[in-house]
Design a protein around this ligand. Structure first.
Ligand SMILES: *Cc1c(COP(=O)(O)O)cnc(C)c1O
Length: 639
């Protein structure tokens, strides 16, 4: 931790502090005006648009904060990037087949995200992966006239299978990946009845384990995929049904957000061994599907930390291609089509959550009064002594002493031996001590463990107009780090240390873990003080994957307003789509209230109040109008 140079502050300091160059993948930067801008690759050059201008455009269209912003150019660029990286790795190595990506719909099911992926992706034959009937319905409706694939994972009932078989009949490369032994009889039965030969895949349960949050997707205890015994059984059943030639695809999924390239290499080696052995068993495999797992560097540390990745997409592609060639070439086995189901790496960058700060709570102590009471309580005097004797080499000791005296003071208050006024004076001196300790901490080489959280305890609370539960569920559920930073005023030193609370009344509704350029995570985020009534806007970045439909209605905060923009070569942008978020009536209906009946109930209550003389008829009218306006309103804080 280095202290912030307030006077000589430049945007370069801001870049370093918030780590944009580390996690931004060149899609975001800070302008000379101190605003964060989107850097969009358009037509061979880079176009720039400031978030401040985007927010203005949103407001002109009555899209109040919070807004989930989608940037179509970034989604397009990710799809190109992935496809080009595989193509280059394939060309460079002389690999004798091609790559086909499929986007796993579960990662972001929103209509225009899927539309954009299938529209823009069609030039690369980029397809879709469906894990349920509902997702297959989406996939089937987005088939384009090309060689894109649909891969069906998940449990499949007869209806699911029929839908997929229709696709095959339409000429689509639609694969059923068998995940459990019980699925095969249904698939065989339905394909016979419909007279369609299915394209089959098999999901394997690899023994290779991975690091990170989703390690349970792999290994013996993974709930998906066939083990070797079940695999042999599957082959036997297919042989008996005369359908072994249908089994063309081998699938495995090591887990999402795999931070360590070593895990991917190991998994590939094991998968290649399976493939070779299956070929020896007479299975005519032609496709190798590696599932998802390609990570996103959320904290920008380029490490094998859960929130990061110690490799680059290009390296991932090269390693996959090389692993196959190294294993297959000595055996003279033809190279398979490589399929990946990269979700996170495709959509994370393209969405940013924008919100405004509503209020700030400070925990700064008052200055210690010049003149203290003559009969100062002994315990308060002790605290004063600690405050006056803080030394760099004795911070822990001062911390211990202060806590001891503060606790004694509270005990005495409990027993009626200390007055409220005395206790308040003592507690304030305690805060002064803590503040002085925190101020000295940057000079320490190593911060003692107990003091690490002190900065957080004294930090300001910035109340943001959003719900963690609705918009950043992984931040709440699994402590996922997302880059958060102010969207403007970056030519000004941020002089406050803060945590960010949302507007739910839940103590878990907060962001208190942040990426840090120095590798370790930080517990507080430097922010600017609010300035004479001006709005202060923050952005949470890389939220395009998994956050939207996993979110919930905690405290009945609903979907936020959503807009998507496309950036043009001349640094202008078009608002392509806009959706008002949930109204209060919407979220109430999700939990089975009928807004109309609520209104009638309230009318009855108001009418009774008129009868008993509590309110006038005019007041009643005003109340009913406000009630129905609320039902139509946004669930978030409105000005
Ligand atoms: C979740 C999932 C994916 C997507 O994983 P990412 O890490 O987001 O790329 C792909 N395939 C399967 C089978 C999955 O369950």
């Amino acid at each position: 931790m280095k202290s912030i140079p307030v006077d000589s502050w430049t945007k370069t300091h801001a870049e370093k502090l918030y780590g944009i160059p580390n996690w931004g993948a060149d899609y975001f930067s800070i302008s000379d005006k101190g605003e964060v801008e989107i850097v969009a690759p358009v037509g061979g050059t880079q176009a720039r648009v400031s978030f401040v201008d985007v927010i203005k455009a949103m407001q002109e269209r009555d899209l109040e904060m919070p807004v989930l912003l989608r940037i179509e150019n970034l989604l397009d660029h990710r799809i190109s990037y992935l496809n080009k990286a595989f193509t280059k790795a394939i060309d460079d190595a002389g690999y004798q087949n091609h790559y086909r990506g499929v986007f796993p719909i579960k990662v972001n099911q929103q209509n225009h995200v899927i539309k954009e992926i299938s529209h823009f992706g069609s030039q690369y034959n980029h397809g879709l992966e469906a894990g349920s009937k509902a997702e297959l319905v989406i996939a089937l409706a987005h088939i384009t006239e090309n060689d894109a694939y649909i891969v069906c994972n998940g449990y499949k009932d007869a209806e699911f299978v029929d839908l997929g078989l229709h696709a095959v009949k339409l000429g689509v490369n639609c694969f059923f990946v068998v995940e459990t032994p019980s699925e095969l009889p249904t698939i065989i039965k339905r394909s016979r009845e419909l007279g369609v030969k299915p394209k089959l895949g098999v999901r394997l349960k690899l023994a290779s384990k991975v690091d990170g949050h989703w390690s349970e997707d792999s290994g013996d205890k993974s709930i998906f995929g066939l083990n070797t015994i079940q695999l042999m059984d599957l082959i036997e059943q297919l042989k008996q049904a005369g359908m072994l030639d249908c089994l063309q695809l081998m699938h495995f999924h090591l887990g999402s957000q795999i931070p360590n390239i070593r895990n991917i290499r190991n998994g590939m080696q094991e998968a290649c061994r399976y493939y070779i052995e299956l070929i020896r068993e007479g299975v005519p495999l032609q496709y190798m599907d590696l599932g998802g797992g390609l990570a996103v560097d959320y904290d920008g540390s380029q490490s094998n930390d859960t929130h990061s990745m110690n490799y680059h997409i290009n390296e991932y592609c090269v390693d996959v291609v090389e692993a196959i060639m190294e294993a297959f070439d000595p055996e003279n086995i033809p190279h398979p089509v490589i399929i990946t189901e990269s979700g996170r790496a495709t959509v994370a960058y393209s969405s940013v959550l924008l919100f405004n700060v509503l209020d700030i709570s400070h925990f700064d102590p008052q200055p210690i009064p010049e003149k203290l009471p003559d009969n100062l309580h002994e315990m308060v005097g002790n605290l004063l002594g600690v405050a006056d004797s803080i030394k760099l080499n004795r911070l822990q000791e001062s911390y211990n002493d202060a806590n001891y005296y503060r606790d004694e003071l509270r005990d005495l208050f409990h027993r009626g031996q200390v007055s409220l006024r005395e206790r308040a004076l003592g507690e304030n001196i305690y805060l002064v001590i803590m503040q002085r300790i925190v101020n000295k901490m940057p000079e320490l080489d190593r911060v003692p463990h107990e003091l690490e959280k002190l900065g957080e305890e004294l930090a300001d609370i910035y109340y943001g107009n959003f719900s963690v539960f609705q918009s950043l569920p992984d931040s709440w559920a699994i402590d996922q780090i997302f880059p958060v930073m102010p969207l403007h005023r970056l030519d000004e030193a941020p002089t406050r240390e803060a945590i960010i609370a949302d507007i739910t009344c839940d103590c878990d509704g907060k962001i208190d873990l942040f990426a840090s350029t120095e590798g370790e995570q930080r517990r507080t985020l430097p922010l600017h003080p609010l300035k004479n009534g001006d709005e202060y806007y923050l952005g949470v970045f890389l939220v395009g994957a998994y956050q939207e439909t996993l979110g919930d209605l905690h405290n009945l905060f609903g979907d936020t307003n959503v807009a998507s923009i496309r950036i043009n070569q001349d640094n202008s942008f078009d608002v392509v789509t806009e959706f008002q978020g949930d109204s209060i009536a919407d979220v109430l209906s999700y939990v089975e209230y009928d807004p109309y009946h609520l209104q009638l109930n309230f009318r009855d209550i108001a009418e009774k109040a008129v009868k008993t003389g509590k309110i006038t008829v005019a007041e009643r009218q005003r109340m009913l109008k406000d009630f129905s306006a609320s039902l139509r309103g946004y669930t978030y804080y409105e000005d």
